[in-house]
Design a protein. Structure first.
Length: 78
């Protein structure tokens, strides 16, 4: 992996490493685990980029501001 790899390559590498670390054990609720692991830092970075402005963040994300507020509350992001 290099710093110029697309996000999809980084995610693929991380997921392969995750499965390697499990030593053959199969996880449960993998989709929920993955979404929680990715969405929280994603939202944190977006909120930092817009200096906490929820309207601008919602516009940037292409989602409704109420949906954004619900997600921020879920992940306890101020």
């Amino acid at each position: 992996m290099t710093k110029n790899d697309p996000l999809s390559v980084c995610i693929k590498h991380s997921m392969e490493q995750y499965f390697n670390d499990l030593n053959g054990e199969l996880p449960t609720n993998l989709h929920t685990f993955f979404i929680n692991e990715v969405e929280k830092p994603f939202l944190q970075v977006v909120m930092e980029k817009v200096n906490g402005n929820q309207t601008r963040a919602a516009d940037m994300l292409g989602i409704n501001r109420n949906t954004l507020r619900k997600k921020l509350k879920h992940y306890d992001i101020a």
